[in-house]
Ligand binder design. Structure first.
Ligand SMILES: [Zn+2]
Length: 247
């Protein structure tokens, strides 16, 4: 519950500057909401998915099925789930959130992630965001994964530890790298904050990030968590790339 004065100020701001959708610019009811025309284009992940990595199948499969990539290379995490597909329609929305200071969109995103992660959130002990390297944090001023973890923590009443993992070296931006290059780029790039190590042992940890692309980053983070004794690691992201062979 916000203090009365804060709410009055929000209403005042909304009157002079009506809140707008961060993607379409249409006027919306509340800051951080996305216009229905934008949501209509987003491909939510609702049907059959790979039991392990959450890859969305285009056809019905029996529950427990795995995608080709997980059959060949079983991931080290227990499962990964995402709210929607990362494609043309959702890209602007996510880039705005990541680089464009559109941090209030987290309000719209958190409930979607709670839904996507419902299979494992009910037994989660701790939410942990994928960290940014301090250099990048200075450039961007916020870590989008940490904002998501904080919002989820509040809404689902699960503790979050925002500095459990740290980057041990800066890595290049992964946008243009293929799966193999991504794996090399993030190898040994994460370590556990030793002061918080006791939070991990025997626990079910949910790693939070904005986009799951090849899984290279979250697999490296999972390695660090398992080394510290985590019993299960699940991955929850806002969006996920859904190209075959890129899972
Ligand atoms: Zn899979």
């Amino acid at each position: 519950m916000k203090p009365v004065l804060n709410r009055a100020f929000d209403t005042f701001i909304d009157t002079i500057l009506p809140p707008r959708c961060i993607v379409s610019g249409e006027i919306v009811a509340e800051q951080g909401m996305l216009a229905p025309s934008v949501w209509a284009q987003v491909r939510f992940i609702e049907g059959s998915v790979c039991e392990s990595c959450g890859f969305p199948f285009d056809y019905e499969v029996i529950s427990g099925s795995l995608c080709a990539s997980c059959l060949d290379y079983p991931p080290n995490f227990a499962s990964a789930r995402a709210s929607f597909v990362y494609d043309e329609a959702s890209r602007d929305m996510i880039l705005g959130f990541k680089h464009g200071d559109q941090t209030y969109a987290v309000k719209s995103f958190a409930p979607l992630m709670l839904r996507a992660g419902r299979e494992f959130l009910n037994r989660a002990d701790l939410l942990v965001p994928v960290p940014l390297h301090p250099f990048r944090l200075v450039m961007r001023r916020y870590n989008q994964a940490a904002l998501l973890a904080q919002a989820l923590s509040k809404q689902a009443n699960i503790p979050a530890c925002l500095d459990l993992l740290k980057r041990t070296r800066p890595t290049q931006s992964q946008g243009h790298l293929n799966a193999d290059e991504r794996r090399k780029n993030v190898r040994k790039a994460f370590a556990l904050n030793e002061k918080k190590a006791e939070l991990v042992k025997g626990k079910t940890i949910i790693l939070i990030d904005d986009v799951y692309t090849t899984g290279a980053t979250v697999k490296e983070c999972t390695k660090a968590l398992k080394r510290a004794g985590a019993s299960e690691v699940h991955i929850l992201t806002l969006a996920r790339v859904a190209r075959e062979g890129f899972g």
